[in-house]
Structure formats: structure tokens, C-alpha cells
Design a protein around this ligand. Sequence first.
Ligand SMILES: NC(=O)c1ccc[n+]([C@@H]2O[C@H](COP(=O)([O-])OP(=O)(O)OC[C@H]3O[C@@H](n4cnc5c(N)ncnc54)[C@H](OP(=O)(O)O)[C@@H]3O)[C@@H](O)[C@H]2O)c1
Length: 319
Amino acid sequence: MFLYILCLAALYFLYRWYRESKTVPNKSDKYVYITGCDSGFGNLLARHLDKRGFCVIAACFTEKGEEDLQKGSSNRLATVHLDVTKTESVRKAADFLKNKVGGKGLWGVVNNAGVSIPSGPCDWLSIEDYKSMLDVNLHGVIAVTLSVLPLIKKAKGRVVNVASVFGRISPFGGPYCVSKYGVEAFNDSLRRNMVPFGVKVLCIEPGFFRTSVTDIDILRDCAKKLWTKLPQEIKDEYGSNYLDKVETMLKEKFMKMPDGDLMKVVSCMEHALSAVHPRTRYSPGWDAKFFWIPLSYMPTCIADYLLLKDAIFPEKSVI
Ligand SMILES: NC(=O)c1ccc[n+]([C@@H]2O[C@H](COP(=O)([O-])OP(=O)(O)OC[C@H]3O[C@@H](n4cnc5c(N)ncnc54)[C@H](OP(=O)(O)O)[C@@H]3O)[C@@H](O)[C@H]2O)c1
């Protein structure tokens, strides 16, 4: 019986591997628009797809990002300035794309641009802090997608949304998880809405990877800034050494967590764009596959226990 189940499982994985290994033809005819290409996953994806022969349109937040990217790339790769929070910037980039792709339409858009600060306990933040991140991570994704959707429909192409494991489980406070849960919701409704148009909508949910989003210096500086702005009443609740404890936790635990191999994420993005049968969801990173995603399916009481077990509590905690 055990052998029979083992054979069935092996056959299933063999079939899945064969099905997923088929790739779309004529990559050099296909335009792919990627946001947030100054650094991190977006930058590596733009360079990688350029080498693979796609016509990449890399949207950068800064002029320096555009210059650096153009240096090491082929003349197929074009750059465009984009601030996903500015309606005018999103429209201008979409006009640029329309002229570039002509009648072919756009094969893919990768909604990658994102930020991870301001981050901190929920009661350390203002509504403006929430709005500033939601503007980039959620409204930016929706605005960019809507701006190019007619071009994607024309090519029967793909929308690739970069969410996170923190779009599936929310282990810390602040707007990051809120924004990524929103991306997941937008992704799921768009995927179902686009089926009749032959457009595929795929979601990438990475675990921890070493980029500026997980840079502990940036996160620690952000925590310090938020702390200085707190009213004395909240500082007293948390205790004067709370920030030191957070810093120690960031150095001892958080620093070891991010995976340095960004290609794990970029390969998933490439598969989402180039496989004939892409996966609906990708969870790159061992932490995503074996901890965060399984944890997201567990009963709330178990998830709460595991997440609170080693948490740093305020001085005036009642537990
Ligand atoms: N690293 C991880 O562990 C991890 C895990 C899960 C999900 N993600 C997600 O992966 C995506 C890429 O992040 P990353 O890790 O590669 O970090 P990253 O290197 O900081 O990349 C984010 C990119 O977005 C750009 N950006 C920021 N604000 C923007 C705006 N208003 N308009 C347009 N572009 C803007 C940044 O430009 P500047 O560099 O010029 O600021 C940067 O190029 C993000 O959506 C992030 O949430 C990351």
C-alpha cells in the first residue's frame, strides 16, 4: 500500500514537472514591464529577462537606477521613470509603453515596487504612516495594473503580483502585512475576472530575502524615529529599555533570517512569465515553504502561541 502511494506521488510530480517545463515561444516579441527596478528582485529580474531575450521595460524610481540598469543591459531593455504613488507618473509610463509595444500588446507586468517602512507596533503609528505604505504597496499595484490592463488583454498576457508570506499571515504590526493582504485580495479577484480574457494572474509570496526591505539598519532607524515621536504615556507602557531589546532581537535573530539567493525569487517570476502553464502561487524560500505558509493554515490559537512565544512584551504587559 505504502509503495503504491509512493508510486502515485512520484508519477504526479513527474507529470507536474513535465507540464511546468514547457515555455512560451518567441520571447523576443514579448514586452515585460517591471516596477521597482532600482534594486533587489526587480533589478535582478530586469537583467535576467533581458539576457533571456525578452523586451524588458524597467521602471525605476530614481535616475541613478535607470542609468545603472542601462549600463549592463542590451539595447532591447528600455527604462522609464515611475513613482507608483503618483497618478501622473503612472499615466506617463503607460503612454510610453503604449508607443513602445504598438499592436502587439504587453505580455507581462510585474508589480514589484514596494517598501517596508514605516514598521512598528500598531499603536506606535499614525494613519498617515499606514497611508504612505499602502500608497506604494497596494494602491501602486492596483494603479499600475489598471493603467496597462488593456495592453495585457490585447496580448493575452500576464499580471505578476509580488505579495509576501506576510500577505498570508500577520506576525508583526504596522501597514506592511495590511498592504500585502490587500495585494493578495486584488490578485485573487483579478485572476478570476481575467479568465474570460485569456489573461493569467500569478502571485509571488517570498519569505525573507536579503534586500533593503529586510535591512536591519533601515528597520532599526525607523523604530528609533517612531519611538522619539511617541507620547510619554506609550513610552512608559513599553518601558525605557524596549527599544534596546528590539535592537538585540533584530541583531540576533532577524539578521540571520534573510536568504541571500535572490535568484530563488527571480526564477519564480520568470516561470510565471514564461511557462505555458504557470503556477497560481509561488512561495520562494525555505522559510516560506516550511514555516510561514504552513503556519498560515494552522488554527489561530496555535499560530498565536508560536508567534507570541518569543515576542518582546511591553514592560506593563499583563501576561
Ligand atoms: N526582501 C524580502 O524579503 C521580501 C519578501 C517578500 C516580499 N518582498 C517584496 O518584494 C518586492 C521587491 O522588494 P525588494 O525586496 O527587492 O526590495 P527593494 O530592493 O527595496 O526593492 C523595492 C523597489 O521598489 C522601489 N520603490 C520604492 N518606492 C517606490 C515608488 N513609490 N514608486 C516606484 N518604485 C518604488 C525601490 O526604489 P528605491 O530603491 O529607489 O527606493 C526599489 O527599487 C516588494 O514588493 C517587497 O515588499 C520582499
